[in-house]
Design a binder for this molecule. Structure first.
Ligand SMILES: CC(C)(COP(=O)(O)OP(=O)(O)OC[C@H]1O[C@@H](n2cnc3c(N)ncnc32)[C@H](O)[C@@H]1OP(=O)(O)O)[C@@H](O)C(=O)NCCC(=O)NCCS
Length: 169
């Protein structure tokens, strides 16, 4: 049983380390290994998500944060997942899935129309995972402006093979 709860101010100091630890998984893909040393979401993004009630942490056996998910409401309609990260020592045990489930509950509770995200199309723990949760690829020309903007910013940052995905509620 994985406990997921809203992020508290006292959790914030752990989140950057979790994100850095999570990204070490990309070292297994030579073309994406640089992501392990890339910039992180940063404290402002986390504080803002907490203020919006759109940040959750999954707790480990020692009651310490093992993973987090932060999101934003876009166009008054979509719960957009900004970042999902699970520390390397905790991956592959259902923590990511539990955090995604929490985001879905929140979107339903807010009567939103969909959940969205951007991710790598061909990384095993990215698009294929979200597809198994019911997310579908959105053609860039069909995507709302905020998603096209996110993809453009990512391309500018050197990220290729990115895709926008949507789960309709
Ligand atoms: C993506 C991530 C959050 C998943 O967290 P997790 O706790 O390891 O995931 P879970 O154990 O809940 O597994 C989720 C699914 O991914 C698959 N998966 C997890 N790790 C995997 C790996 N290394 N290789 C292939 N598939 C993997 C699992 O088989 C599982 O599939 P299923 O639930 O459909 O059977 C985690 O891998 C991570 O932090 N990755 C680095 C950062 C990242 O890619 N974030 C997402 C950005 S869009």
């Amino acid at each position: 049983m994985i406990r997921v709860r809203p992020t508290r101010a006292t959790d914030l100091e752990h989140l950057d380390a979790i994100e850095r630890s999570s990204a070490t998984l990309f070292r297994t893909i030579p073309d994406l290994a640089w992501l392990a040393d890339d910039r992180t979401a940063g404290p402002e993004a986390h504080t803002h998500a907490v203020e919006q009630g759109l940040s959750w942490v999954a707790m480990d056996e020692g009651d310490q944060p093992a993973g987090f998910l932060i999101a934003a409401v876009e166009d008054d309609a979509d719960l957009h997942i900004l970042e999902l990260a699970v520390g390397a020592d905790h991956q592959g045990r259902g923590v990511g899935r539990a955090l995604m489930q929490m985001a879905r509950h929140e979107a339903e509770a807010r009567a939103l129309k969909a959940l969205t995200l951007t991710t790598f199309r061909s990384v095993a723990w990215n698009a294929p995972f979200y597809a198994r949760l019911g997310y579908e690829e959105l053609a860039a020309e069909m995507a709302p402006f905020y998603l096209r903007e996110a993809l453009a910013a990512q391309a500018e940052h050197g990220l290729t093979d990115r895709v926008a995905m949507r789960l309709s509620l």
